[in-house]
Design a protein around this ligand. Structure first.
Ligand SMILES: Nc1ncnc2c1ncn2[C@@H]1O[C@H](COP(=O)(O)OP(=O)(O)OP(=O)(O)O)[C@@H](O)[C@H]1O
Ligand SMILES: [Mg+2]
Length: 287
């Protein structure tokens, strides 16, 4: 059974002013149209596409935050929007998120202990000693020292804060993390560090990701398969970079051209000085 199964998902946001909407008798347009995606445990799906393509909306649908107009979202076979409250709470534990803006996704007056401890408080009943142990473990996994626990967000760099966001996501041992532009606001060195952390967690904890990004290089480095969205429609689903590069779909070609222009046509693509990607096969990320 697949870990994540989106089946014919269509989503439209409600109108801002429903009265005006009714008067004009216009239909609100879906921003995600009939999208089906399957992801197995321990795999990473790179979700790609231009701005406004519907990537974040799909992320929100997977996180249980935007019920689809039609279609279904199943996590380990359980329908997220058709199950009871108790099952939904459990599913929410198993699907965590890391967003782009790490500064606004943490409370500035909370310590790292409180930030990472929050999901534990939501889902577990633990003593403070047990909590500290688990938080220390999570910090270690993302490469931060235990003394980070008593510090506040302003005492960290963007890259360190993003590691704290990842520690908060992994602390409840989810099966799936939705990473929405999670490395996009970081400089290249920090992007490489975070991708390295995510790769390690994927291997150590058999973690799965939906990696939403504009950054094709990062998506190539981390993902095992790639889905390309264009105006809400899934226009390509690829299990190798070679497959994607030979696609004749105009939206896929445009995405590749826009991102990889100036790169060699074949062989090793050397991007920045740290990221090494071999066409068709990921060689690795060096830090
Ligand atoms: N809360 C909302 N209310 C109404 N429309 C929205 C809302 N959020 C997004 N949209 C619209 O839905 C469409 C898809 O948006 P979405 O944020 O999913 O795109 P995206 O692929 O993540 O884009 P980007 O790469 O710029 O983040 C866009 O046309 C956007 O204007
Ligand atoms: Mg987005």
């Amino acid at each position: 059974m697949a870990l994540l199964e989106l089946s014919h998902v269509t989503h439209a946001y409600p109108p801002v002013n429903s009265l005006i909407w009714k008067k004009r008798q216009t239909k609100h347009q879906p921003v995600v149209k009939d999208v089906s995606i399957t992801l197995e445990g321990g795999q990473c799906l790179g979700l790609l596409g231009g701005s406004g393509a519907g990537k974040s909306t799909i992320g929100k649908v997977i996180l249980g935050l935007q019920p689809p107009q039609s279609g279904s979202v199943r996590i380990n076979g359980i329908d997220m929007y058709a199950c009871d409250k108790r099952a939904k709470k459990q599913l929410r534990r198993h699907v965590q998120a890391v967003f782009q803006d790490c500064y606004s996704s943490v409370h500035p007056k909370m310590t790292t202990r409180q930030i990472i401890g929050e999901p534990l408080d939501n889902f577990e009943r633990l003593t403070s000693r047990e909590k500290d142990y688990i938080i220390g473990e999570a910090l270690d996994m993302v490469g931060l020292p235990a003394d980070a626990m008593n510090k506040f967000p302003k005492q960290f760099s963007g890259g360190q804060l993003q590691r704290i966001s990842i520690a908060r996501a992994i602390v409840v041992k989810p099966s799936l993390i939705v990473l929405d532009e999670a490395v996009s606001s970081l400089d290249v060195a920090n992007q490489v560090h975070i991708i390295h952390v995510l790769q390690r967690l994927k291997e150590q904890l058999n973690m799965s990701y939906v990696f939403i990004t504009h950054n094709l290089k990062a998506a190539f480095a981390l993902s095992d398969q790639w889905a390309v969205l264009d105006q809400g429609l899934l226009c390509g689903y690829f299990s190798s970079i070679t497959e994607m590069r030979t696609s004749q779909n105009p939206a896929v070609k445009q995405l590749l051209e826009a991102t990889l222009s100036g790169q060699p046509e074949s062989g090793t693509l050397r991007q920045d000085r740290n990221l090494i990607i071999t066409e068709g096969k990921r060689e690795g990320v060096r830090v």
